[in-house]
Ligand binder design. Structure first.
Ligand code: ZN
Length: 425
């Protein structure tokens, strides 16, 4: 990754430098009063001073955008690790993935340093336009926060329009997600990555003709038009990834099928950007925790592991990560703004898979969860607090003190427990 030798010298105007300085000062003040990291409010303050700051901060960089409903934070982290094998890389690693958060991440860095940016699904068009990113990773689209997010087909249309207008030189897209394929198929250069897709419930209708998408074991096609799974360029198969006829073994530090898919995208993108496949794979293997997800810690003498799941597709993957039956599990659901106020998605998650283990329902919407578990015929109790939940699992018949108890939580519940746990041990 390099800037063209013909590029003008990388320098910010006085106004832009002032904007960066104001953002830093506001973020610092926000941190002082314990108002989070301050990155978003600092970025907003910067934009008030210079509304074109993102364009200026990225004018001399190679920029990669990573977007998806699920997996974008992890994939961004993995891709950063893989690209760091070729030199320094900047990323919005705190997960603030709209323009203010991105500005806050980029502001203090060298203006020519390549940037790997996690971008909210709804912001892909504006960030693509402002940054002129030449590389775009599109992982998946599924329902998320029913009362806040757009319907998935609208998001696919947004991506399709954004690609049509910006024409990024390299799109790396999921061959197994019909919505992503439809959005990316007209891009000038697409690398199709196949990792298998368990969750197909949000892609039953064709985004092109509203016909029915038919899935079989390893492929899919529309029964009403010619939209179909493209021939993949890069294939993930169990514990290997095949790129350019080279097969590389992978032993990831993160569990589950979804993280294998994230790794495949990260390695594919890193290779397109000049990293060596072996070096990229080894770097991706070193990622063991992303923003507290999968963190193992001890609370009240009980060993726990934190899992994050935010929407039906995310829960589908999270349930796969749980310690094997009959290990007990704590499931926590909130319904604040950041979670989406509408928890009716609980009925779209296959909680029947928790059968055969002791489940503690926790969080502000524990009673909604308990009703769902009752219909799923899953043995469960309700806990008012995390401490009570830990006491209940510690006293349950199949608790193994040598094994971490999984706490699967949605967004704000997860953040609350992560704060309680503190930094990595
Ligand atoms: Zn169709």
């Amino acid at each position: 990754m390099s800037t063209s030798p013909a590029s003008p010298p990388a320098r910010l105007s006085i106004r832009s430098r002032l904007a960066v300085g104001v953002g830093r000062a506001v973020a610092g003040a926000s941190r002082l009063v314990h108002f989070g990291t301050g990155s978003v409010i600092g970025g907003r303050a910067s934009l008030l001073v210079d509304s074109n700051l993102l364009r200026k901060l990225t004018a001399h960089r190679d920029v990669v955008i990573v977007s998806a409903t699920n997996g974008k934070t992890t994939t961004t982290r993995m891709l950063s690790a893989a690209l760091e094998t070729t030199g320094p890389v900047v990323s919005n690693s705190l997960g603030a993935n709209m323009t203010p958060g991105i500005i806050a991440a980029l502001g203090p860095t060298a203006l020519t340093e390549p940037a790997v940016l996690e971008v909210d699904e709804r912001w892909v068009g504006s960030v693509l336009d402002a940054t002129g990113a030449q590389t775009l990773l599109l992982l998946n689209l599924s329902r998320d926060q029913l009362d806040r997010s757009q319907e998935v087909r609208k998001l696919a249309q947004h991506w399709k329009t954004a690609i049509g207008q910006a024409l990024p030189g390299c799109v790396i897209a999921n061959a197994d997600d019909p919505l992503v394929v439809w959005a990316a198929v007209d891009a000038p250069d697409v690398t199709w990555v196949a990792t298998g897709q368990d969750w197909t419930s949000d892609a039953a209708g064709c985004p092109a003709c509203s016909g029915r998408i038919e899935f079989d074991r390893s492929s899919w096609h529309c029964t009403g038009c010619d939209l179909q799974r493209p021939t993949p360029d890069i294939v993930w198969d169990d514990s290997t990834i095949t790129i350019d006829d080279r097969t590389i073994d992978l032993e990831l530090g993160l569990p589950g099928r979804a993280n294998r898919a994230n790794a495949a995208f990260a390695i594919a993108a890193a290779c397109r950007l000049g990293a060596q496949p072996e070096a990229a794979a080894r770097a991706v293997e070193t990622v063991t925790e992303v923003a507290g997800r999968y963190r193992v810690a001890s609370l009240d003498g009980v060993s726990i592991r934190l899992l994050l799941a935010k929407n039906p597709a995310g829960w589908h993957e999270a349930l796969e990560h749980l310690a094997p039956r009959p290990a007990p599990v704590i499931v926590a659901i909130n319904a604040r703004i950041a979670d989406g106020h509408d928890p009716s998605w609980l009925w779209d998650v296959d909680f029947e898979r928790l059968g055969g283990r002791f489940v503690v329902a926790l969080g502000e919407r524990r009673h909604d969860l308990a009703v769902r578990l009752r219909y799923a015929d899953v043995e469960h109790v309700i806990a008012e607090t995390l401490d009570e939940a830990l006491l209940l699992v510690a006293g349950s018949p199949h608790h193994d003190p040598e094994r971490a108890v999984d706490i699967a939580a949605n967004y704000t519940a997860f953040q609350e427990y992560l704060d309680r746990v503190g930094g990595p041990e």
